[in-house]
Design a binder for this molecule. Structure first.
Ligand SMILES: [Zn+2]
Ligand SMILES: [Zn+2]
Length: 357
């Protein structure tokens, strides 16, 4: 395929720190083996990008943010590029791609923890002047480097359903894997944002005996019920103690972590995934952990298989769940600055589309 003779450009919304975005036209690098260029069709705005822009989380600038997106292959480097299942990708194929890019050969990668690769790169987190400048989804095109996981998007999965998969949905797959088999188990989902809503749906789909959702926001609890929660509880109400076999904590709030720990029954398993910013310590009663045979695990990001599992899950449930309803109608990329705030009510993601002329 002739991909090297024409030089591709991208129209990007470059983040310059603070709330400042600047439209820039940038040239794509010449593609090396295993690399690809994708035209972005839709990018959703993850809460972590909002934290970066509002200063709650550090990020390099200038850079192109955006790690939840879906698009179509435009060009591939020499030797071609394959998706996670081994299918050769051709121009026009719809794809999503992982948040992490790993070397595949360091001790952590070979131990199966590629998300913690010693030379890890992260989608939408790399400096513009660095080795992977065009790493973000808030642009007309993205450069996919060697070592990123690419997953094909079936036609029946919409752009709005597919875009958040690379962060929220895939992370939930890793979280629930860490929580173990939920069939017949009483599951607690703490935090009913995008991850929590997906977690309710996955736990219900995998035949959990019950799924309780907890959140401060009643609208989100209503949403949790629609997506599979069998009961809901406002996070301001007292937690039920010793009533859950598996608890997944996705909010990162200290009282919620404590309540989730408190809620574990004998043999209970707690997976922490929401605590991604510094916060106050949580007091742990080690005797209770011992006598109640509790397990506690942390999950951050995910492995390549989880991205494929996320897409398979969305494809399996696109008729039973209205995934599109969680994502706002796309706005032009030029409005990015005004969209860097948490959407209200039942909308969990703002979204951006590149308007082609
Ligand atoms: Zn994210
Ligand atoms: Zn590595």
């Amino acid at each position: 395929m002739d991909t090297q003779t024409r030089r591709l450009t991208t129209s990007a919304q470059v983040w310059n720190g603070g709330q400042v975005f600047e439209a820039q036209k940038l040239e794509m690098p010449e593609l090396a083996a295993g690399e690809a260029v994708v035209a972005i069709d839709l990018a959703t705005i993850c809460g972590s990008d909002i934290h970066t822009v509002t200063g709650r989380r550090a990020g390099p600038s200038p850079s192109i943010l955006g790690h939840e997106a879906v698009g179509r292959i435009v060009a591939v480097g020499p030797g071609g590029v394959r998706d996670f299942l081994g299918k050769e990708l051709l121009p026009g194929d719809r794809v999503i791609w992982s948040v992490t890019v790993s070397c595949g050969s360091c001790d952590r990668c070979t131990a199966g923890r590629t998300a913690k690769c010693r030379s890890l790169l992260k989608t939408g987190h790399e400096p513009l002047g660095g080795p992977w400048g065009l790493s973000g989804g808030y642009a007309s095109h993205i450069h996919l480097p060697h070592g990123i996981t690419v997953v094909s998007v079936p036609d029946r999965v919409s752009d709005a359903a597919a875009a958040p998969a690379a962060c929220a949905t895939a992370t939930v797959m890793a979280v629930l894997e860490a929580g173990g088999d939920v069939r017949g188990q009483r599951v607690l989902v703490s935090g009913a944002g995008m991850l929590g809503i997906v977690a309710c749906a996955v736990a219900a789909h995998r035949d959990a005996a019950s799924v309780e959702a907890r959140d401060l926001n009643p609208e989100r609890l209503e949403l949790a019920r629609e997506f599979g929660a069998t009961s809901t509880r406002l996070a301001t109400e007292p937690a039920t103690s010793s009533s859950h076999d598996v608890a997944v904590e996705l909010s990162g709030s200290q009282p919620a972590v404590l309540a989730a720990l408190e809620s574990l029954a004998i043999g209970g398993r707690l997976v922490l995934a929401g605590s991604v910013a510094p916060g106050p310590n949580v007091a742990l009663d080690p005797e209770r952990v011992v006598r109640s045979l509790l397990s506690l695990t942390g999950v951050h990001n995910y492995e390549p298989r989880h991205l494929q599992l996320a897409m398979d899950f969305l494809a399996d449930t696109q008729r039973t769940h209205d995934w599109d309803s969680l994502v706002a109608t796309p706005r032009p990329m030029t409005e990015i600055g005004s969209l860097m705030q948490q959407p209200q009510g039942r909308i969990l993601r703002s979204s951006l589309a590149h308007h082609r002329s």
